[in-house]
Write a protein of this length. Structure first.
Length: 236
């Protein structure tokens, strides 16, 4: 798996240097911070020219930095459940988020907020790939990301442990600003087009919506996830 760009590679060097197998830096490019961090982490790098980068990276916005890294390792759901019960993190279950750009943005946003984890379904979802990592900008190093065979089964299991499940709905739920939140808490966020599937809505203990006083449109799923998680984080 390849990791492109200054920020994604720099954060990986700082947090998980052992996951980096090879590091390539473009000649005659100001990459002094990456060079310094790489040396401190005991990593070597290969200096290559612009044509090499173009041939290897194509249209990717690599900024003269590329690292070959180990395949992404998902966290076991048992670990995410334990973090939730110990009030370390709030799991965010993504239902039908298939766009890698959106998944990457969600990872970056919840990593910035802190105190959240992500759970993805095995099927019908974007998974962590090179595009996701580039957009996440290093956020994947700061949160647990799990993958489960069945979101419904995961919700059923977590509810038996006393976790309240909130669903993020577009206009059909209670105003999150006026609704009491119960912790420990998990949140389900659906796709932009279909929202949370009916088969999952029966596991929701509370249905929440974001107030919209402007245009009669809808938030992008990554923006909606950030707004929901911000409000939840503020009230923990």
């Amino acid at each position: 798996m390849r990791l492109y760009g200054k920020n994604p590679v720099l954060e990986r060097i700082k947090t998980r240097p052992r996951s980096i197998r090879k590091l390539y830096l473009q000649k005659r490019t100001d990459l002094s911070e990456i060079v310094r961090e790489a040396k401190q982490a005991g990593l070597t790098f290969e200096s290559v020219d612009k044509n090499w980068f173009k041939s290897k990276c194509g249209d990717a916005h690599a900024q003269g930095v590329m690292a070959e890294v180990e395949e992404f390792k998902y966290a076991p759901f048992t670990e995410i459940l334990s973090e939730c019960l110990e009030s370390v993190s709030i799991p965010v279950f993504l239902d039908g988020v298939t766009d890698p750009q959106n998944l990457g943005a969600i990872i970056r946003n919840v990593a910035c907020l802190g105190g959240f984890s992500l759970v993805l379904p095995e099927h019908g979802s974007a998974h962590v790939n090179e595009t996701v990592l580039r957009v996440a900008s290093g956020g994947e190093n700061y949160i647990s990301i799990g993958k489960v065979t069945n979101i419904a089964g995961a919700l059923k299991k977590i509810r038996t442990k006393g976790v309240c499940i909130a669903g993020a709905l577009a206009g059909d739920g209670d105003d999150i600003l006026r609704t009491e939140l119960v912790f420990p808490l998990g949140i389900v966020i659906g796709s932009e087009g279909k929202g949370i599937r009916p088969g999952l809505q029966k596991y929701l203990d509370v249905r929440l919506s974001l107030p919209m006083r402007g245009a009669p449109l809808s938030y992008n799923v990554a923006v909606a996830a950030a707004l929901f998680c911000y409000e939840i984080s503020r009230r923990r």
